[in-house]
Design a binder for this molecule. Structure first.
Ligand SMILES: *[C@@H]1O[C@H](CO)[C@@H](O)[C@H](O)[C@H]1NC(C)=O
Ligand SMILES: *[C@@H]1O[C@H](CO)[C@@H](O)[C@H](O)[C@H]1NC(C)=O
Ligand SMILES: *[C@@H]1O[C@H](CO)[C@@H](O)[C@H](O)[C@H]1NC(C)=O
Ligand SMILES: *[C@@H]1O[C@H](CO)[C@@H](O)[C@H](O)[C@H]1NC(C)=O
Ligand SMILES: *[C@@H]1O[C@H](CO)[C@@H](O)[C@H](O)[C@H]1NC(C)=O
Ligand SMILES: *[C@@H]1O[C@H](CO)[C@@H](O)[C@H](O)[C@H]1NC(C)=O
Ligand SMILES: *[C@@H]1O[C@H](CO)[C@@H](O)[C@H](O)[C@H]1NC(C)=O
Ligand SMILES: *[C@@H]1O[C@H](CO)[C@@H](O)[C@H](O)[C@H]1NC(C)=O
Ligand SMILES: *[C@@H]1O[C@H](CO)[C@@H](O)[C@H](O)[C@H]1NC(C)=O
Length: 542
């Protein structure tokens, strides 16, 4: 993995997404998640932890029965050098070294070409150099056809090289834009996730202080809330930190890639142009200097070409795999190894528990309202009497029915979203002994406790479905669908552009180099023949 970090930003993007969910979706805090319930639910919690375990086991057993899905099977069937060049059949699996081996092997032709070019052209250059210095043979054998042909080919390859540079430059600009957009999307998803986790954690933290809850909720449940809250907080901070860290690293790599490609296309353009001019004007010394530079640059370009081919292949494999994974929600795949999703039933369990907690908190608040606030007790009813007076406090709306389906609020009820605001109108001023001295049915103390309860149940109501989505990977599926539909086509197209641009540039510059030399030779022969003819004519006439 270490080596891929620098060359395969896209795979890293994917890893980043995966990491989020490894974090956001780890087991411990969700298995105790459904705890803020009253005593009878303690049993429910234990059941829940147990069902979690067995369900996971069951799911795994099922996977053994049903053959697991090989992601991007056709695309990834490549020769594997780590396994005697046999076809690799394991599909997309970034924890599999044979996958990386077989993908990297697709670049082998380029690396071999680079090496061959470096050695062969190097030998040719030294040979030419030797001939040039030692055997000062008289050049002969001028042919008009060879001269014209070499000139035409020289011009052709120069044009192709220039076009290649343009393709490369545009390709890198578009690729950078594309990766930037993808990165931004992934980071935004991570940030929203972290923020939601943090919001829930904060609400749990404030709920901890509710005295109402302290009365109605068992001590152990309260300590469970504490634990969950801390874990949500920690994972939220970890997620933010990791996102920022990885974002910086990926941006850095992308910037380097971009810079290298820009410099390469500019240098190649300059080289082709200058080399063409020098060659046309017969400045042999300069041409040979440029040929040496070109020799090394072409080697580098071949290597880069191979690297981008690998990048392009990994990007395409990943895109295809994401798509297949999204389309086959029940199959076991290599992506499930990095994204610990739970099965649907377990996720539904979480959903039910969070709805249960919301309902219970609403019920507790409504009991307080009906049995204490809305009753005008006689002054001798000391613990419950605090001089309640004025209009009755409306009941809080329970968003769920007892069977946990969604429920529409009664017009007389107050919705969770603005309950805090509505109840603030019923707060009275109190004497030091805690007795209302003005009209009102809630003491400030009562009110703040109710507000805490309302905040928690609203928070659970709001973020419960999100937690479930995190847990059963619906959220990841949505993210992957978005990536594979919105961002993959661009990433694939432009990594391909860069690859084609690099290939064009390297081949065209390679051939240009050859024809600089060939044309230079033909030109010399032509000049020599011409002067020879001129001299013989002068000899004849004299
Ligand atoms: C890429 O993103 C960075 C920060 O997100 C921004 O500064 C830069 O301008 C973006 N580049 C392009 C080409 O959009
Ligand atoms: C988190 O809470 C703040 C204020 O409490 C709110 O503005 C923000 O929209 C919430 N974030 C999410 C993702 O719900
Ligand atoms: C969450 O964690 C951070 C540091 O990890 C800490 O500063 C903050 O007080 C915690 N918040 C809550 C509500 O526990
Ligand atoms: C597994 O196979 C059984 C029958 O053999 C089938 O009923 C079930 O839907 C399959 N499950 C998956 C996840 O493919
Ligand atoms: C992916 O590769 C790892 C490491 O070789 C292996 O343990 C795992 O089973 C593979 N996953 C799939 C789905 O083939
Ligand atoms: C999970 O189950 C619920 C009902 O039990 C169903 O509505 C939902 O579509 C299922 N989700 C998936 C991803 O299978
Ligand atoms: C509140 O009143 C309901 C009936 O309206 C009753 O069932 C319940 O036991 C009462 N609770 C308390 C704490 O008095
Ligand atoms: C409560 O919220 C609803 C919907 O947002 C709004 O129509 C209503 O006016 C609000 N009530 C109060 C008292 O703010
Ligand atoms: C009870 O509240 C009323 C206002 O509704 C107030 O006039 C009265 O003085 C209060 N009684 C005591 C004992 O504070």
């Amino acid at each position: 993995m270490q080596s891929t970090k620098n060359t395969l930003p896209f795979a890293f993007l994917l890893l980043l997404v995966a990491l989020f969910f490894v974090f956001a979706n780890g087991e411990p805090y969700f298995s105790t998640f459904n705890t803020p319930t009253s005593g009878e639910n303690q049993r429910g919690i234990n059941d829940f932890s147990e069902t979690w375990g067995t369900k996971r086991l069951l799911a795994e057993e099922q996977n053994d029965v049903n053959s697991s899905l090989v992601l991007a099977e056709e695309r990834t069937a490549r020769k594997d050098p780590l396994n005697g060049l046999k076809k690799y059949r394991g599909g997309w699996n970034i924890s599999e070294k044979h996958y990386w081996g077989s993908v990297a092997f697709t670049a082998a032709p380029f690396f071999i070409m680079a090496l061959a070019w470096f050695v062969i052209f190097g030998l040719c250059l030294s040979l030419i150099c030797l001939c040039y210095c030692c055997c000062t043979r008289e050049p002969y054998g001028y042919s008009k056809l060879a001269y014209a042909l070499s000139l035409i080919l020289l011009i052709l390859f120069t044009v192709v090289a220039i076009v290649g540079c343009v393709v490369l430059y545009t390709g890198q600009a578009k690729f950078h834009h594309s990766t930037n957009k993808t990165l931004k999307y992934v980071v935004r998803q991570a940030d929203t996730t972290a923020e939601k986790l943090r919001n829930l954690s904060d609400d749990l933290a404030s709920a901890k202080k509710i005295a109402v809850a302290q009365v109605f909720l068992p001590v152990q449940v309260q300590s469970d809330i504490d634990e969950i809250q801390t874990k949500l907080n920690t994972s939220s901070y970890d997620l933010s930190e990791k996102t920022e860290d990885n974002q910086d690293k990926i941006e850095h790599v992308l910037d380097i890639v971009r810079l290298v490609l820009i410099i390469l296309s500019a240098v190649m353009l300059f080289l082709t142009f200058i080399g063409f001019l020098f060659s046309i004007f017969g400045m042999q010394c300069m041409v040979y200097t440029l040929v040496i530079f070109g020799w090394i640059l072409v080697t580098l370009t071949f290597v880069l070409c191979g690297v981008f081919l690998v990048l392009h292949n990994v990007t395409s494999d990943t895109c295809v795999s994401m798509n297949e994974w999204v389309e086959n929600p029940t199959a076991h795949t290599a992506l499930d190894d990095i994204l610990p999703c739970v099965d649907n039933a377990t996720a539904q369990e979480t959903s039910i528990r969070s709805k249960e907690v919301t309902s219970q908190l609403v019920n507790v608040i409504n009991q307080v309202i009906t049995n204490i606030s809305n009753i005008n007790f006689a002054p001798n009813f000391t613990p419950l009497y605090f001089n309640q007076s004025g209009p009755l406090v409306p009941l809080l709306c329970n968003p769920h029915r007892p069977d946990f389906t969604d429920r529409v609020c009664d017009p007389k009820e107050v919705a969770l979203i603005n309950a805090t605001q509505v109840y603030s109108q019923f707060v009275c001023q109190v004497s030091p002994s805690g007795i209302c001295t003005t009209t009102g049915r809630l003491t400030p103390d009562f009110y703040s406790q109710m507000a805490g309860g309302i905040k928690l149940s609203y928070s659970l109501y709001l973020y419960g479905p999100f937690l479930v989505e995190l847990q059963d990977c619906t959220f990841v599926r949505q993210t992957f669908t978005e990536i594979s539909h919105e961002y993959c086509p661009g990433l694939r197209r432009y990594s391909n552009w860069i690859y084609i641009g690099l290939l064009m540039v390297s081949l065209a510059v390679l051939l240009s180099l050859v024809f600089w030399v060939v044309y230079g030779r033909e030109r010399r022969h032509r000049v020599y023949t011409k002067t020879l003819i001129a001299r013989t004519e002068v000899d004849k006439s004299s």
